[in-house]
Ligand binder design. Structure first.
Ligand code: MN
Length: 210
C-alpha cells in the first residue's frame, strides 16, 4: 500500500519536522489509543498532516508524559488544528501529554451544524461525500498498544485519517457560510476546550439539560 509522504517518529517530532509544520496555517491531527476513556486507555500514536500533504506519525511510549515539540506545535496560536471529533483527541492529548491544543476546528461538530440533511457524520461518510474517497476503516479497532511494531496496514490507516481533514474543513466552512451558520459554528468551536475540561472532570455531557 502506498503511504505517500509519510514519516514515523519515536516519542516526539524532530526539530526539522517541527520547523516544517510551524510554517502551516492549519494542520490535521488525529490520535490512536487503547480505547475511549483517557484516564484508563493510553495514547499510542499521534498523526499529523500539513496542507502540502506531509504526514507524520509519532509513536508514544508506555508511560510517556510529554512531547515538547508536539506541544509547541499544538499550542501554537497561529495554527488551526483540525480534528474529526476533537472532543476526544483534545482530552487524550491533555490527559497524557499535558498539551492544551488550540485553536481547534472539528469536522464532526461542523458537519452536524452544516449537513442537517443526514445523520451520518462519521469520518468515513464525510470523506466519501466531500472528497469522493472510500476510506478503509478495517484497522480502526486494532491493537494500537503494539505501537513499536505496527503493521503497514495500521500505519496506512492512521495516515489516511489525517489526509482529508484540511480540504474538508474548507468545504464545511463554505457550506456553513452559505447556510448562515459560520458564526454559530465558530462559537461552538470556541466551547470545545470547556467541554474537554468538563469531560476530564467526569461531568456528564448533558449538564445543560433540566
Ligand atoms: Mn484515527
Amino acid at each position: 500500500m502506498a503511504l505517500g509522504e509519510f514519516q514515523v517518529f519515536e516519542q516526539d517530532l524532530s526539530s526539522e519536522a517541527l520547523a516544517q509544520y510551524l510554517q502551516a496555517d492549519a494542520i490535521a491531527v488525529d490520535t490512536e489509543t487503547m480505547g475511549l476513556i483517557p484516564q484508563r486507555d493510553r495514547l499510542c500514536l499521534v498523526q499529523l498532516c500539513d496542507p502540502d500533504g506531509h504526514v507524520s506519525a509519532i509513536r508514544i511510549a508506555l508511560g510517556q508524559t510529554s512531547a515538547l515539540h508536539l506541544k509547541e506545535l499544538l499550542e501554537a496560536i497561529a495554527i488551526t488544528k483540525i480534528f474529526h471529533f476533537a472532543r476526544f483527541d483534545l482530552a487524550t492529548l491533555q490527559h497524557h501529554l499535558g498539551i492544551v491544543t488550540q485553536p481547534v476546528f472539528c469536522t464532526k461538530l461542523t458537519s452536524k451544524l452544516a449537513r442537517t440533511y443526514t445523520p451520518r457524520h462519521g469520518l468515513k461518510d464525510l470523506v466519501a461525500e466531500l472528497e469522493g474517497v472510500e476510506l478503509d476503516k478495517s484497522a480502526q479497532s486494532s491493537d494500537w498498544g503494539n505501537v513499536a511494531s505496527l503493521s503497514t496496514e495500521q500505519l496506512a490507516y492512521a495516515a489516511n485519517d489525517v489526509r482529508y481533514l484540511i480540504p474538508m474543513r474548507q468545504k464545511l466552512i463554505d457550506m456553513l457560510r452559505r447556510e448562515g451558520r459560520w458564526q454559530l459554528a465558530q462559537d461552538c468551536l470556541r466551547c470545545l476546550p470547556t467541554m474537554v475540561t468538563l469531560d476530564l472532570m467526569h461531568y456528564p455531557s448533558n449538564i445543560f439539560d433540566h
